[in-house]
Design a protein around this ligand. Sequence first.
Ligand code: SF4
Length: 493
Amino acid sequence: MQRRDFIKISAITGATAALDSCGQPDVQLIRFIPEEDLTPGVATWKPSICTLCPAGCGTLVKVMPGDAEVLRNGRLGIIKMGLAKKIEGNPNHPINEGKLCPRGQAMLQVTYHPDRIKHPLKRTGPRGSGQFQEISWNEAIKELVAKLQELQATKQEGSLAFLTKPLRGQRRELVRRFLAAYGAPPVVEFEFFEYAVLRRANALSFGRPQLPTFDFAQSNYVLCLGADFLGTWNSPVAQSIAYGQMRQGRPGQRGKFVMVEPRVSQTGANADEWIPARPGTEGVLALGLAHVVIDAKLRPAAAAGRAGNLIPGWSEGLRNFVPAEVEKQTGVPSATVVRLAREMVAHPPAVTIVGDAAVAQTNGLRTALAVNALNALLGSVEQPGGILFTPQPKLSQPNRAPEGPSLEGSYPAFSRLVDRILQPMRSGVSSGPLTAGGVARRRAGIGHDTGSGDSRSPRDASAARHAGDAGHPAGNRTSTRRGSEEGPPVENL
Ligand code: SF4
């Protein structure tokens, strides 16, 4: 794939905000034929997914007919098209069951908010000065391509850094392949909520490199160390629904909830008991609780299995984590440590959650491993009322993206998609249906080659250009701010 093509596709797939609404008075207005399935004044609700956090709640988008300015074949006109007016939760979606969090409710603003960034911005002042100037997509692409060519001419491809939020699906594959073909290091993904640490810990403790699902609805005791699970953490809508079930959905049976954190969060404000602890000592508290359980022979240390074996001193009963020592480090009174441990054992199924700032410390992975071991000790892993892991589909090799540079082979659908996107750009004429996304692309000028583009099909060009790239060392790795999924061995942490 060419650099220019890559940038165009990246811009398209990520540039939903590129449609600006200012008109050009010197261009004749044309009213296109309205879409036939739109009835004036009648709303239709289109199912979709909220993408504002990894939870992926199901949504229904209220679409009404409206007028939109569009460019078609270089001419500005007005077309009646479906415009998103409101977003609600999809009652048939298994994660959120019709509910949405405030972010999901506000998602329309991603498309309509007047302050959203609608054009590429170029820094015009010194770094950090905050001085930027809007430039067109054509200018931005030209500049980027020139920079990439400059790096290539001086053999500095390895100095290119591609920083992004976590990518999924075809966009991730697109970026991975481009960087591998170009000779750059793997993409650097920035994960704001530090979920990478939890995935790593779950991989080490349970062989599941995933975020957990909590079966609160059937829990009788929930101890949370730092995770704002009713506010923003993990899957807050699903967790709020299950939490409500635990507290009020079982007549005569109300689960207890204890929150440990350094400041009162939205979740902490809902707790039966709120306990302050020094930041970064949540793992010490978890091991202190485990010590009490093992020492009092409430549960055998061996019950924690692999998760316990990862913790130094576990099989000896964690003698360094007696309640008095835990109090010294965490600030949680030793009597409270003993009481919490006994309560958890006495009210199964009991589960401990850790997340947010508690695992964003330098000892975050150790903290998460300690909590995993505690949950395993309590028998709360993969059990009703405890931690569950979503079964992952086992992708057979033919369905996975090939590691080689060609867009062909076992990924023909992706290849065809790239062709479909690039063809109108090359010809400057759209052959597909007119969509808001297509309009945005055309208005942004992405549909025109800006210079020394390669006129070959992406497949031909890719195959010819990258024939020797299959063995590139950067081709199959993805790093995150805190390290890759492989990460260092636990003994070195
Ligand atoms: S929890 Fe909120 S932001 Fe996350 S997917 Fe659901 S509605 Fe969207």
